[in-house]
Design a protein around this ligand. Structure first.
Ligand SMILES: *Cc1c(COP(=O)(O)O)cnc(C)c1O
Length: 414
């Protein structure tokens, strides 16, 4: 390939700092609040709740911890408390997003729940409301749904919430990737009964780590804070009635998050420009960018693409390896990811659907047509996984660098 490689790596999505973060870190240091208490944490909770339009935010060590506390609190609300407090979902089925990061689903298992995977909507890449309806037909006793938005592009969360209400189920919204995105003017991270956002190092804004649980219920917020600090009871000594965790956000990390929030809008604008430049650059290729649901305003965290079916060359994936047979005029994600890596640029496959993961092969997977484990259905998730990939979406990527990325992708079809 004649396209020049990048001298310094072009990342998928790396932290973009602005200087204010240092000021708040230094404040934490100067005032000696080098712990999981302090002004930065209070401010992050205030800003996060205000941004999402929720009553309360609880700042935690990561979004996975936030999801765990959501699952634990929802489980107790639905099924009551177990003797030690943990295992709130022991043996209970939970409907979960299928095409997402494992962190969406694993907390269900921490609490003893049994994930049932719901297929993906082809026009949103999030949970398909029709498949969710089907799942309630098959399993009317299910009382909890965990739904994630993909790559910052809101799914049909309004419909999903309505379906949950119709069936008396609670909704946990994993908005880890969708901070600042909206659907019909409403912020992602405000659709669920319990919601989460992430400040992981590669998300749209970052604290180097961290996350928030969002809720409109003061009791949930108080309970989450207690569980996150090892479940200490109000007593003169360390008194415990239930199992707790060490999940609170550090005041140093909170300083970084606090410094980043004012730049969320700017980051979204830059990510949107990246997405649009890709869309323009691929206009004459058999490529589609991530779908945008009508009435939604994504945060454009990761630009992703799929190759039209007729233009896929042969690609084979085992559990750990991928191969392909190059063909003129055609390509596949494996070829494009290899070409990007050869040029010192970072792409990534689409999240491999949970129903395809070895650990979850025995778990039910429901599509629009019913149980896919019984051979029904079209498996939208497997199809997007086969034909899709995430493109370098780093805010610091220059227009010239992005043009070169587009040329690399183009060359794969030659
Ligand atoms: C990043 C991510 C998480 C986990 O966030 P952490 O803060 O790293 O724990 C959870 N769910 C989804 C969909 C994510 O993309």
């Amino acid at each position: 390939m004649s396209i020049k490689s990048f001298e310094s790596k072009v990342y998928l999505s790396s932290p973009t700092m602005h200087g204010d973060e240092l000021k708040y870190i230094q404040q934490a240091y100067a005032t000696n609040w080098m712990s999981t208490v302090g002004e930065n944490i209070n401010e992050v909770e205030r800003i996060a709740a205000q941004k999402a339009g929720m009553q309360h935010a609880v700042a935690l060590s990561c979004c996975t911890a936030a999801l765990h506390l959501c699952v634990r609190c929802a489980g107790e609300e639905l099924y009551g408390k177990s003797p030690l407090g943990h295992g709130a979902l022991e043996g209970k089925r939970v409907f979960c997003s299928d095409m997402t990061f494992g962190a969406t689903v694993n907390p269900v298992v921490y609490e003893g729940g049994i994930p049932i995977f719901i297929d993906t909507h082809p026009d949103s890449w999030s949970m398909d409301p029709v498949a969710l309806e089907k799942a309630f037909e098959l399993y009317p006793d299910v009382k909890l749904v965990v739904c994630a938005e993909l790559y910052g592009f809101p799914g049909h969360l309004d419909q999903i919430k309505r379906i949950c209400e119709q069936h008396g189920a609670l909704l946990i919204e994993d908005a880890a990737e969708a901070l600042g995105a909206t659907l019909h003017g409403k912020q992602c991270g405000s659709f669920g009964d319990y919601c989460t956002v992430s400040y992981n190092g590669n998300k749209i804004i970052t604290g180097s780590a961290g996350g928030c649980l969002l809720t409109n219920n003061i009791e949930t917020a108080n309970k989450a804070r207690k569980l996150a600090t090892q479940s200490k009871e109000a007593a003169p000594w360390y008194q415990h009635e239930e199992v707790g965790y060490n999940y609170r956000m550090s005041n140093v990390v909170a300083g970084v998050v606090r410094g980043q929030y004012p730049y969320l809008g700017e980051h979204i604008a830059q990510k949107k420009a990246i997405y649009e430049r890709y869309r323009e650059g691929f206009r004459d290729l058999p490529i589609r960018m991530n779908p945008i649901v009508e009435g939604s305003e994504p945060n454009y965290w990761l630009s992703a693409m799929t190759i039209d079916r007729a233009y896929m060359c042969e690609q084979t994936r085992s559990n750990t390896h991928a191969t392909y047979i190059a063909k003129k005029g055609k390509s596949c994600p494996t070829q494009i990811l290899e070409a990007l890596a050869e040029h010192n640029a970072e792409g990534r496959p689409i999240w491999k659907p949970m129903h395809m993961q070895p650990m979850y092969l025995a778990h039910e997977f429901v599509t629009r047509n019913g149980s896919a484990r019984q051979g029904n259905g079209t498996d939208v998730g497997a199809d997007i996984f086969a034909r899709g990939l995430c493109l370098p979406s780093d805010i610091k990527m220059t227009a010239e660098q992005q043009d070169r990325i587009i040329a690399i992708v183009r060359s794969c079809f030659e």
